[in-house]
Design a protein around this ligand. Structure first.
Ligand SMILES: C[S@@+](CC[C@H](N)C(=O)[O-])C[C@H]1O[C@@H](n2cnc3c(N)ncnc32)[C@H](O)[C@@H]1O
Length: 222
C-alpha cells in the first residue's frame, strides 16, 4: 500500500464535521475497542494551566473533556488547538467561537508556530497513528512542552483480541489507510521506542483495547 503524504491526509479529512463525528464513533468502538468514558478518564486529567490539544479535529472530544472537567470541578485552563486539516479545524473554531482562552491554529504538528517550552500539557487523542512523520511530530510536541510537562496519547496498535473483533478492526484499519485517515497502526514496542527516542520519559503506560495509552514527560531541566 502506498504511504500517504501529509496533504493526502489533510484531504482525507475533508468530510463534513458531522459525518466525521458519526464515523469517529464507529472507529472508536470497533477499531480502537475504546469508549468515550475510557477516553475521558484518560485524557481529562491531563490539562495544565496552558494546554495544547494536538490534532484536535472538530473539537468534539475536546468539548467533552472540558465538560467532564467542569463536572469534576477541575480548574479552567488556556487551550491552543492545532490540526493540519482545515475543514476539521473549521469545525473546532465554530464549536468554540466566543469562548475565552481558546485559540486554534492550522499547523502540522511537526512544525507548529509555537514557542519552545510554552505548554504545561499536551493531549494527542486518537491521532499519533495519523501522523505521516511520527518522529518529527513527537519531537515537535516535546519542543513546545515545558520541562516536566506531560503528553497523554493513545496510539492505535495492530488489532489484538479474539475473532471476530480482531478481523473487524483489521478491516476498518485497511479501509482507513486506503482512505488516508489512518497512516499506520503500531506495535507497542515500536511506538514506545519512538516516544523515548524523541526525548520523552514514560510516566505510565497500559494497553487498553487496541490502543497503547501512554503518559510521557519532557524531562525536567538538569
Ligand atoms: C482521527 S482524528 C482525531 C481528532 C481528535 N483528536 C479526536 O479524537 O476526535 C486525527 C486528526 O489528526 C490530524 N492530523 C493528522 N496528521 C497531522 C499532522 N501532521 N499535524 C496536525 N494534525 C494532523 C487530522 O487532520 C485529524 O483531524
Amino acid at each position: 500500500m502506498t504511504a500517504k503524504s501529509r496533504d493526502d491526509i489533510a484531504r482525507a479529512y475533508r468530510s463534513e464535521p458531522w459525518w466525521y463525528d458519526v464515523r469517529g464513533f464507529f472507529i472508536l468502538t470497533f477499531a480502537y475497542n475504546s469508549t468515550l468514558p475510557a477516553q475521558l478518564a484518560f485524557f481529562g486529567p491531563n490539562f495544565g494551566p496552558r494546554h495544547l490539544e494536538v490534532a484536535c479535529g472538530t473539537g468534539t472530544l475536546l468539548e467533552l473533556f472540558l465538560k467532564w472537567r467542569r463536572w469534576k470541578k477541575l480548574p479552567a485552563v488556556e487551550i491552543v488547538g492545532v490540526d493540519y486539516a482545515e475543514s476539521m479545524l473549521a469545525g473546532a473554531i465554530d464549536r468554540f467561537r466566543g469562548q475565552p482562552g481558546m485559540t486554534f491554529l492550522h499547523a502540522d504538528v511537526a512544525e507548529m508556530p509555537l514557542a519552545d517550552a510554552s505548554f504545561d500539557t499536551a493531549n494527542v487523542a486518537n491521532a499519533v497513528h495519523c501522523f505521516p512523520d511520527v518522529d518529527a511530530g513527537l519531537r515537535g510536541i516535546l519542543r513546545v512542552l515545558k520541562p516536566g510537562g506531560t503528553m497523554a496519547a493513545n496510539v492505535l496498535l495492530y488489532p489484538r483480541g479474539a475473532w471476530p473483533l480482531r478481523a473487524i478492526a483489521g478491516r476498518i484499519n485497511r479501509w482507513g489507510m486506503k482512505k488516508g485517515i489512518l497512516y499506520t497502526p503500531y506495535e507497542q514496542a515500536d511506538i514506545r521506542r519512538r516516544i523515548v527516542e524523541a526525548g520523552f520519559e514514560i510516566v505510565s503506560e497500559r494497553i487498553a483495547g487496541n490502543c497503547y495509552d501512554v503518559l510521557a514527560r519532557r524531562p525536567a531541566a538538569a
